[in-house]
Design a binder for this molecule. Sequence first.
Ligand code: NAD
Ligand code: UDP
Length: 337
Amino acid sequence: MMPKTVLVTGGAGYIGSHACVELLNAGYELSVLDNFSNSEPEMLTRVKQITNRSFKTFNADLRDEKALNDLFAASRIDAVIHFAALKAVGESVLHPLKYYETNVTGTINLLKAMQKADCCKIVFSSSATVYGLNNPSPYLEDYPLNAVNPYGSTKVMAERILLDLAASDPMWSIVLLRYFNPIGAHPSGLIGEKPSGIPNNIMPYITAVASGRLPELKIFGGDYQTADGTGVRDYIHVVDIAKGHLAALEYAFLHTGAEAFNLGTGKGTSVLELVHAFEKASGRSIPYKITSRRQGDLAAYYADTNKANLHLGWQAQHSLINMCKDAWRFEQLGHWL
Ligand code: NAD
Ligand code: UDP
């Protein structure tokens, strides 16, 4: 049988590049679309280096309908994994239109191009942020959705659009993956999370402190109602997230309709526990100061993973120590190459 070809949008980004590695290793043919607004083409070179495989790259923007139509006209695409989006919560509050344009209009453009080309299988990057403020942990997929910032709204809206599309035409296979907190890097140390400027997310901040690029970690809040007072999240190794996409893709090839799945470990970890695990994994000490809470942060949440386990046959494998070791390896090696 001919190998299937998957279009990966945002394939040069943090999660997309790890998914590309898993897809290539599993024998899929790939096409990658990225405008490199938050990534470097070098990451795709490294994906090729890790897998010893090659693929086509389209330097194109989701907002460019013609470019999308041309891409589908030029090659046969069996399914799409749609990572490309803007993801900074604070920036989305300041520039909501930019976020709606890329994350919502960009997704509509992609779906229209797929429809024209009779390509009707898509795995979509959603987020635990769609569960909003009022749902108790562990989060279940059938909870009501309730976004609390423009970034979250773009994910809730895109999910809604995808559900409506599936309801309109039984040909569609749509998998919504709600990621919890991806951290870590590929064990090769060649690809990982490399935000530009001062990191917003905790792990790239910790690795920058560990290597001396930043002086100390500010822990946002020590007075939450959690075991040690710091915020609790469900951290998951990015390679486990990437493997979740492989499972979701296989599910999409076998099922029609639309289904949402959490990708998490099901286990909550506090900021202090994460810092101590990182210190153990790296042998470095992480100076920190407990400061005021960050606006909009929840005290604690983590995933219920039963649905993904049952229907995708997927479960996170990597420990917190592994996540820290791999993040530290990337900081020491890949970050600088
Ligand atoms: P990332 O920024 O590293 O990757 C996104 C990629 O999309 C980048 O390579 C960027 O250049 C590209 N891109 C952005 N706008 C584009 C456009 N208009 N046209 C073409 N390409 C464009 O982000 P990531 O962490 O890999 O996240 C991937 C997806 O997962 C996003 O949809 C994000 O919202 C979602 N997500 C991420 C997290 C997380 O913690 N990293 C959590 C939940 C959900
Ligand atoms: N956090 C922190 N200092 C930082 C960045 C994050 O204490 O510099 C905390 C944050 O309050 C939350 C956890 O780390 O409890 C994870 O934050 P991140 O921004 O990585 O993910 P999010 O909370 O947005 O899912």
